[in-house]
Design a protein around this ligand. Sequence first.
Ligand SMILES: Nc1nc2c(c(=O)[nH]1)N(C=O)[C@@H](CNc1ccc(C(=O)N[C@@H](CCC(=O)O)C(=O)O)cc1)CN2
Ligand SMILES: Nc1ncnc2c1ncn2[C@@H]1O[C@H](COP(=O)(O)OP(=O)(O)OP(=O)(O)O)[C@@H](O)[C@H]1O
Length: 207
Amino acid sequence: MVGNTSHKTSRKTLRKTLRALRNGLSDSQHQRASLTVRDNLLSLPDIMSASSIACYLPNDGEVDLRPFMHACWALNNASALHTSLPVLHPVCKGHLLFLRYSEKTAMRVNKYNIEEPILACHDVIPTFQHQVILMPLVGFDANGNRLGMGGGYYDRTLASIQTQTLRPKLIGIAHDCQQVDELPVQPWDIPVNAIVTPTQQLSFNRI
Ligand SMILES: Nc1nc2c(c(=O)[nH]1)N(C=O)[C@@H](CNc1ccc(C(=O)N[C@@H](CCC(=O)O)C(=O)O)cc1)CN2
Ligand SMILES: Nc1ncnc2c1ncn2[C@@H]1O[C@H](COP(=O)(O)OP(=O)(O)OP(=O)(O)O)[C@@H](O)[C@H]1O
C-alpha cells in the first residue's frame, strides 16, 4: 500500500505514482486480475440482479473488464442483462453519456485514445437507469474515497443524480496496488458504494 498519503500529498503526485504502479504489473498479473475481478463481480447480488451495468474498456493499465462483459453477455441469453460504456459527452463538456455495448457495437476512438461506441441516440442508456456503474479507479482508500484520471468526468456526471432515491450502485474497480492509507477528499468527490479488487470486496454504507 502506498503509505505517505497525508492531505499534503497532492492528488497529482498520487495519480502519477499509482498509474506507474498499475502500468508496472506484468501481463500475467493483468490477466489474473481481470479473471478474479470477473469472478468477484459475478458473486455479488447487486450484479446478478442488475439489468444495466456500466463498464469501461481498459486504458492505462486498468483492470480489464472484457471477461466480465463476456460473462454478462452469456447471461443475457437467459436474463435481460445489458452492458454499457462511457462516451465523452459531445455537448456537455466534462460529462459522460453511457451507451449500450455488445460485440456488434460500432466503435470509434476518443481524444484519450480510448474506444467508445459511436454516438447513436437509441443506444443511450440514461445514467439513472443503470443499477450498477463500474468505475475505473486510479486510487482508493478503505473509506471508499476514490481518485480517477483527473478529468472529473464521473464526478460531474454522477453529481446530477445524487438527489435521486433510486440511483445506481457505484462499484470502483482497481488493482490491489492502487490502495492508499487515506485519500485527500475534495468537496465534489462522489464516493463509491463498494470496491472490488482481485483480493478484496469492500462495501460502504451510504445514505
Ligand atoms: N477506461 C476508461 N475509460 C474512461 C475513463 C477512464 O478513466 N478509464 N474516464 C474517466 O474519467 C473517461 C475518460 N477520462 C480520461 C481522463 C484523462 C485521461 C488521460 O489520459 N489524461 C492524460 C492527459 C491527456 C490530455 O490531456 O490530452 C494524462 O493524465 O496523462 C484519460 C481518460 C471516460 N472513459
Ligand atoms: N461536480 C462537478 N462540477 C464541476 N466541476 C467538477 C465537478 N467534479 C469535479 N470537477 C472538476 O474536475 C476536476 C477533476 O476532478 P478530480 O480531481 O476529482 O478528478 P477525478 O478523481 O479524476 O474524477 P473522475 O474520476 O470523476 O474523473 C477538478 O478540478 C474539479 O474542479
